[in-house]
Design a protein around this ligand. Structure first.
Ligand SMILES: Nc1nc2c(ncn2[C@@H]2O[C@H](COP(=O)(O)OP(=O)(O)OP(=O)(O)O)[C@@H](O)[C@H]2O)c(=O)[nH]1
Ligand SMILES: [Mg+2]
Length: 311
């Protein structure tokens, strides 16, 4: 595992791909791989999310260009939480980022979570850690759609960019699923179309700009045309500003503890479920006893936890 990492650090793209597969599959080699990684990374970790079709991939592609102009190395993780095995949906995205395909300073990879404890969120974090160790300066996590699983995935990043666009289903209403509150930078894309101003207005009133206290982050709203690159320097600037704030305010450190807590909680639950499933007979007999009223649920829980402890 360590030689795999070393090869990846030396620029071996296939080794990097293999390391990421270990993460996706959650194989037994994973702990060894992760233990070889430095703890705190220095990469700029950006999440790009938003409703379908608003221009997330085009924006990501445009961001790649901006960062490449600064000679920074960029990695993109395209994450599809809706499908256990990433397929068709991301194909179009890869084509959209095709202009960067031959650039050695750019690495693009689709991600799914097939096995890792803690699910896609921790898989994404682990992948970001690897990419950071390998030397990428900027890591962009693009998710498909907006829902609880996207909220989980964006928990894996330091700066959350929510992309919206004018047009049916693309506006603020479409992004209500808990993600509005956690975005750090709002992009109103497709500003070349009618209605962008309205989306900006709607956003302003919804996120209540001005009410934020001086100690917290005031979300930025950036208007873009991702297809031409208009507004992209401003987006890069807004991301940098948030990053600086997150580091100096301690928010970045706080988020990483919160993240670890969430992962741990989830991993413990996954592990308990797994162990319980392995020990079906106990579960079956205790369930029967609870159903008949012979013992209480609480008592059965204690029994199960005791059994797991002793096993
Ligand atoms: N007019 C206009 N079209 C845009 C702009 N940005 C993206 N598009 C187009 O919008 C369509 C969707 O863009 P994508 O970048 O694939 O959007 P997405 O959010 O990644 O889509 P999904 O991954 O399918 O959710 C494409 O046809 C883009 O060319 C823009 O600023 N203006
Ligand atoms: Mg996309």
């Amino acid at each position: 595992m360590h030689s795999l990492l070393e090869a990846a650090v030396d620029g071996d793209v296939r080794a990097l791909g293999k390391a990421l597969s270990v993460i996706e599959d959650g194989t037994s080699e994973l702990p060894e791989l992760l233990s070889g990684l430095p703890d705190s990374g220095s990469a700029l970790l950006i999440g790009v999310t938003g409703p379908p079709g608003v221009g997330k991939s085009t924006t990501t592609g445009a961001l790649i260009s901006e960062y490449r102009n600064q000679s920074l190395r960029v990695a993109v993780l395209a994450v599809d939480p809706s499908s256990p095995v990433t397929g068709g949906a991301l194909l179009g995205d890869r084509i959209r980022m095709q202009e960067h395909a031959l650039d050695e300073g750019v690495f693009i990879r689709s991600m799914s979570s097939r096995g890792q404890l803690g699910g896609l969120s921790s898989a994404t974090q682990a992948a970001a850690k690897v990419l950071d160790a390998v030397g990428f300066d900027v890591i962009i996590v693009e998710t498909v759609g907006v829902g609880q699983s996207e909220v989980d995935v964006v928990n894996a990043v330091d700066t959350v960019v929510l992309v919206l666009a004018p047009g049916a289903g693309d506006g603020v209403q479409a992004a209500k699923a808990g993600i509005l509150e956690i975005a750090d930078v709002y992009v109103v894309n497709k500003a070349d179309r009618d209605g962008a101003e309205g989306v900006v207005r709607e956003l302003r009133s919804m996120i209540g700009l001005g009410s934020a206290s001086s100690s917290s982050w005031t979300p930025e709203i950036v208007t873009t045309v991702a297809t031409t690159g208009q507004g992209l320097p401003e987006l890069v600037q807004a991301i940098a500003k948030h990053h600086e704030w997150a580091v100096s305010s301690g928010d970045r450190a706080l988020r990483s503890v919160e993240r670890a807590k969430l992962n741990l909680r989830r991993a413990v639950l996954d592990s308990l479920t797994e162990q319980m499933n392995e020990n079906r007979t106990t579960l079956d007999s205790l369930s029967a006893q609870v159903a008949s009223g012979a013992i209480s649920t609480e008592l059965a829980v204690n029994q199960i936890l005791r059994d797991l402890n002793n096993s």
